[in-house]
Design a protein around this ligand. Structure first.
Ligand SMILES: C[S@@+](CC[C@H](N)C(=O)[O-])C[C@H]1O[C@@H](n2cnc3c(N)ncnc32)[C@H](O)[C@@H]1O
Length: 131
């Protein structure tokens, strides 16, 4: 498998202790700078109010198969949680798209730390993504 960063997050969350445990619990604004070679792939994205952002949690610790989820007291299997200590450090956030300016996306609800690599962006489509 080969992964390529398509951009970088610029976030007010510089260190873990300042970040929300899920982006939806913060109204802070972040920007995602898509690398120029991928900018064209953003065309049409303004038509979506919400996006899935998949990013690489580059500062997460080693994977742990059992973790205590945030706000709980008992351990649970990692794959039954959203904990960052995963065999593959993928973070997933559904964000609100505030605006697109060229290769810059301004978003809300992103919990990625500043300078996290972005791996992919997909539109949130209620017909597909809502039960
Ligand atoms: C519980 S994880 C959830 C991530 C994502 N929303 C998900 O569900 O996959 C959120 C935490 O990951 C941590 N985090 C964000 N970006 C990170 C990075 N680049 N490296 C390590 N940890 C990161 C932050 O401390 C944040 O509080």
């Amino acid at each position: 498998m080969e992964l390529k960063a398509i951009g970088l997050v610029n976030s007010p969350f510089k260190v873990k202790k300042d970040s929300p445990h899920q982006g939806r619990f913060s109204e802070e604004i972040s920007t995602i700078e898509i690398f120029p070679e991928y900018a064209e792939a953003l065309d049409g994205i303004e038509n979506f109010s919400n996006l899935f952002v998949i990013y690489w949690m580059d500062r997460s610790g080693p994977a742990s198969l059992k973790v205590v989820p945030h706000g709980r007291t008992e351990k649970r299997g990692l794959f039954a949680t959203r904990a960052p200590v995963r065999p593959n450090s993928l973070g997933l956030c559904m964000v609100e798209l505030v605006k697109r300016e060229g290769n810059l996306l301004t978003v809300k609800w992103l919990d990625a730390l500043d300078q996290s690599p972005v791996l992919d962006i997909k539109p949130f489509v209620p017909d597909i993504d809502c039960l």
